[in-house]
Design a protein around this ligand. Sequence first.
Ligand SMILES: [Ca+2]
Ligand SMILES: [Ca+2]
Ligand SMILES: [Ca+2]
Length: 182
Amino acid sequence: MHKNVVYNYTAESTDPDNDPITYTITWGDGTPHISYSRTSAEPVIASHSWEEQGEYTITVQTSDGQNYSISTSLLVYVDRHNCGSIGYLIDENSDGIYDVFYDYGTDTENPLGRQGEQYIIDSDGDGFSNYLFNPAGGQLTPYDSMMPAADFAQFILLFILLLIGGLMIMILIFLQKRKKQT
Ligand SMILES: [Ca+2]
Ligand SMILES: [Ca+2]
Ligand SMILES: [Ca+2]
């Protein structure tokens, strides 16, 4: 779901003795509630758009004006994807790609990296990535941002070994030349 897009919701309720039913809907974003009056089993179609990213609770309260009153709620996510207990992803420009990560622990928003369908999360914004997250499956895995550094160390080690090997060959050639001279 994206911000500034109108979504339709249908609510329907019945009353055992067919009293007219009042529906009161709140959208969870502070906008005033709306009320509708319908006969029993006649549906209400209500539309709403949210202006900011967030997690919202839609609440529908129905009443027959006499003895029945029932409340139901629905949780919706607008340009937001929850990421376990650590925080959530935000799609700032509503293009379907998440741009920043909000971290509960540090109360900060940090840019997201991407790796295919997955997102690279630097939850605390210290420049080192902490997690890989797949919104489709909801998997959150620790991400070792020291990996490229380890690869670099291996490369240096290989370079040094080659250098030593080369030096030894040069020394051998030098020694052979000296042998021939003597
Ligand atoms: Ca009734
Ligand atoms: Ca985006
Ligand atoms: Ca980090």
